[in-house]
Structure formats: C-alpha cells, structure tokens
Design a protein. Sequence first.
Lengths: 318, 430
Amino acid sequence: MIVKAASHLRGKDLVGIDQLSPEEIQLLLDTAEQMQEIAKRPIKKVPALRGKTVVNLFMEPSTRTRFSFEVAEKRLSADSLNFSSSGTSVEKGETLLDTARNLEAMQPDFIVIRHRYAGAPHQLARALKSSVVNAGDGAHEHPTQALLDALTIRQKRGTLEGQVVAIAGDLAYSRVVRSNVLLLSRMGATVRVAGPPSLVPPGIEKLGCEVHYRLEDAIAGADVVMMLRIQLERQGKMNFPTVREYYDFFGLTPERVKLAKHDALVMHPGPMNRGVEIDSRVADGPQSVILEQVTNGVAVRMAVLYLLAGGHGEPVAD
Amino acid sequence: MSRLLIRHARVVDPSQRLDEGRDILIEDGVIARIAERIDGKGADVLDAAGLVAAPGFIDVHVHLREPGFEYKETVATGSAAAVAGGFTAVCCMANTDPVNDNAAVTEFIRKRAAEAGLAHVYPIGAVSKGLDGEEMAEIGEMVRAGAVAVSDDGRPVKNAQLMRRALEYTRLFDIPVIDHCEDHDLVAKGVMHEGPVSTRLGLRGISAASEDVMVARDLILAELTGGRLHVAHASTLGAISRVRNGKARGIAVTCEVTPHHLALTDQAVADTEYDTNTKMNPPLRADEHVAALFDGVLDGTVDCLATDHAPHHADEKALEFDQAPFGVIGLETALPVTYDLLVRGKKMPLSRFVALWSTNPARIMRLPGGTLKVGSPADVTLFDPEARRIVDPESFRSASRNTPFAGRRLRGWPFMTIVGGKVAFRRERR
C-alpha cells in the first residue's frame, strides 16, 4: 500500500479522523515533518498565518493540548485568543449556538474547540464560516492526538503500514482510542485494543481493530504499545473494582513490555496515572517516546492550521 | 340542521369492513348515512373524488405541555397541529407542571381543549402522585373527570409493587396502564441507541436490554393481575417478541409504535452529525430492531401507531447532543410518514392502515370514535394518497419545530379533518 499525499484538505474543518482519506492523512504527516524543522531554527516563527485569528475555545480543562495549539499558532504568527471554561454553554445559560454566533461575530479564521460533549465541534462547524478544529470532544475524537501519535510512530519505525499497535485501557470513554484506531487502520497498521470487558464498547471492532480482553494477548509481538489514561473522574463504581486491581491486570509493567518486540515503542497521550495504567519504570524507560509525542504535537497542529488555511503542502517559506 | 355531504370518497372503515367508493352524509354532527349515491339537496357538498375518507385518526400518545410548558406547546396549538395532521382526537400525557395527577388538572386540560374547539383531547392521568413513582395518584377521580388511561410517561413506573397495584386498581375502571418501559439503571446516562454507531460517535448508549427488561417485568405483572397493560413506543426486537408471546399467553397487553422508530435508524444521528432532532427516548434503534417493528406492525402484534409528539423549544434543541432534551414532534408528519412506509412501502391494505390509526386506538382507550357507523359522531379524516409535499417545519401549527423529517418529500397528506361534523382543518390547495 503506497499512499500518495493529497495536494490539499477537502474540508473547511477538522472535526475527526473519520473525515480524512489516507491521502489527506499522508499530507498532514508530511507537512508536519516540514514544520518540525522550524522548531530547530534560532527564530522559531514563520509568517504563514500572519493576520489570521484563532480562538482557542476550551470548555473542558486541558493543559497540554491547549499549550500545544498556542505554541503552534504563535510559530505560524497567528493571533490567538484564549477562552477557557469548565462549564458548558447550558451552565452559563447560553446555548452552544449562541456561543458560536458570538464568536463568529468577532470574525475569527479558526476556532479550536475542546468540549466535554461529543459532537459539539460538528454543531459549531455547521453553524460557522470559520474553520473548526476539534481538540477533543467527549468520548468521540481527538484527531490531532492521533496525528501526532502517527507522526511519532512513522518517524521511529519508518512507516505505519504493517505496524502492530496495541492500545490498552479505558476504551469506552477514550476519544484517543477512536481517533487512533481510525487513523492507523486507514494507513495499513494492525490495531489491537485491550481493556476490561466492562469498558469495551459494542462494535468497536468496526472502527478497524481486533479486541482483546487480556493485556498480554494484545501486547504480544507488538511494534507499539500505547496506554490510555484511566479517566478516574469519569468512572462510576461499577466498571471495575479498584485502581489496585486495574493495575494488577492492565498496568504496563516492565515484565509485560517484554512481551512486545524488543525495540517496541511505549506511548501514552498523557496525562499519565503513574502506577495505575503504567509503571514509572516503563514510562521513564528507554522505550518510552512519551515526551517526543508532546514535541510532535506542536508540529502536527501547525500542519493542521496551515493546511486548513489553504496551504498546499509546499515547503514553508521564511 | 347542518348537513355536509362528502361525495365520491373511497370510504375505508374497518369497523364495518368497508372499503368502497361511497358518499357520506353528516347531519348535526353525526354520521347520518353512507351510500353509493346520496342526494345532496340542502347540504354543503364536498367532492372527495381521489380522497380516502376514514374514521377520525386518533393519536394515543402526545405531550401538549400545558399547564407548565406553554413555551413548547399549548392545548390550543397542539390541537391545531393534531387536526392539521389528520387527527380528530389525541390522548395527552400527564407530565405537565403541575402534573396531571388529580381531577383539577384533568378538568383544566379538558376546559382548554373545549376552548380551542378543534380536536377531542382525552387526558391521561398520572399513575403516581407527582410522577415520583411512590404513591398512587387519585386515579378514580381523574377517570371521573375524563381521564382515559394512566401513565407516568416520560418515566417508567420504577417501583414494581406500584406497577402491580396500579394494574390491579385500574381494573375497577377498565382503563389501561401505559408504561414507558425502561430500566433507569441500565440506561445510565445514555443518549442514543447502544451499538456500533454510538461507539463510533462517542455517545453513551441506551441498550435495547434496558427496554426489554421492563417490558418483561410488566408482562409478568399484567399476567399476575389481569390488568390491562399498554406498552408505549415499543422500539426493540425484544419488546415486540415479548408482547407477541404475551398475547399468545392471553395477557391483556397492547402496544404502540411511533412513526420515527419505523422511519429512521440510529444511523440518522451519524448522518446528521449530532442533530438533536434525532435524539428521543426510546432512541432510534438499529436495523434489526426496526425490522422487528415492521414485523410486529404487519403481523398484528402492534395494535396501533402513536406519535409520542414531544414539543421542545428551538433553544433547548440548540444545545449539545448530550444536553438537549429527548423528543421530537410528530402530529403533522405522522400520516404521510407512515402511509409512505406501510401502504406504499409494504403494500399494507388501507383498511389495516386505518385500523392502526383509528379503530384500534379507539378500542384500546374505549373512545367513542374509530368508526363511521350511522349514528356515531362525525369524526372523519380525509386524506389524499397521491398528494406530495415537502415537510416544511415553518408551516407547522405546532408551537415547536423539532422534527427529524424536515425537507423530506412525502406522499399521502391529510386534506380535511372533520371533528363532530365541523370542518376543523382544510388544506388550502389540493
């Protein structure tokens, strides 16, 4: 499978990986690689988005993703506005549509939205002329996370095709797993997911993955082991008994890492619960690429904004 | 004496096993005569060639929102929507504010309906005081004031003992207990049907099992008590098969299915990218469930169709999918949606179609309509099976616009609705 990069993105928005063709994914990753070069310069800034306005609308707490977008915007010379609120529009007594229309009145070019409810970016994208970038919506998608994960895998292992990627943890409430399964399977990787059966949503295999209940089965012979955060705040008391028992069966320990290929990558989208889904010896060990994921996040977000603004994948000019 | 002669209609009345070209003479609000040719001297004459004339359609499941939520709908706007949709009678649910759990509220609704003077409005009383599922409401007083059934609709009757007692107590009045079957614990915080589509969309699922569990419980209690159980808006394969088995066992059970559960699947939530007009409870189900609903409608397991007309203000539906209220309106689209699906799509005989919307609902609720027999009240639905229109929410008489069918091209629209001999609705152009 040779995927040729597309010349441009078709959509006005990036609301999910689900909307992207393999060619568009290739274009995003290629462009992100070019963007990485900018970070190595003494002056880490290009004028590509000069005069463009980006609203970072974070309606759910986030540090990593918000900072990553902000850095990406600044490196492209865009003007950023930050709006953070842990409340939803309804809690403020304003409908999502009102929020959207008020933002539109300020004529932003981009709205980067993080929202605790699935589909909020789609509802905004429908109502607005601005380009909407999904920075994570409920348990639905987190497309820039999947793109940065893919960039990391591609750079470390040369290709996505044929890679065996194990993703383990809270499959029911994770947006990272959905975006990753869609992206990796679309690019020719084999994806295995694992988690307690009570956290495996029905039909997840239809996104393009094999389902395992035992972590060991998913990891065996894998090229990449990606652990998901157990969202303790989203769990009731009925999905699994205790964090202690979870670690016992699903924690990524040095012993379990040995079941994967000897040079397998260990990944985590963060923030980690050390000692819950991942042992510190693994998180900080030689196979971990967790911090490189963070670095790649900036380049991927630059690529997304640049391409949505109409960039065509040509080298970034000074 | 007022006289109205409907000429050359195709008269479909399952109560008389009638499906023929006939004239209908209405005198002083009652059906005076049905014959091949009636002399129209002194009568207003309607040429109904090409139209179907049926006993007035009855919707046994609507929410008129008054008292308490007049910004969504009132008895007057809901009645106007009913007659515009071809309905001569509706039964309205008790989840108003205050709840219709006492005779005063029942009387208030009836008074409002009389003031509107359009459709017959039959209130349904609450099973429990305040819909809290704990104490039985004054069912007898409400029946005396005009309630035709009891239901905590919007919620299930959670307490099994209360459900048992309600099924027993209502035998005194020969009215059904209508249950909105769902197990709240199993629903958790679900917002759409649980399956591959909810997984892909990242929305919490409502399993079919959450409905099946409650239908099973209710059937067991109906068998125990001999009370009349009516299952509201059945939406799952499991509900239909259990009702079918229950009927075979001789249990006094009836059930209804909504037009939207027949017309749409959970895929609509994905196709519309989280349009909140695809959010209702029970949720739009997956293909295998929809297929089972059709089987149930075609083999007679399903007794009637009902809209679960649930008006919500546009501002409420403009929220995030998780936050928006459950429910869609249906009165003004029900007839063409179901005509298209069942008569045109499944070749259902017109008499069966009319039975599902008129004869059977009248029987379940023991209402005076459902027939065009001479001497009965002149409630007549006239519809044009060939009329094609595009659903335009802006043209609705309902105070709300929350329909999943906007923009659909449908065939088979109501033309005239006659209530008690009075023309309550007439479409401008044919």
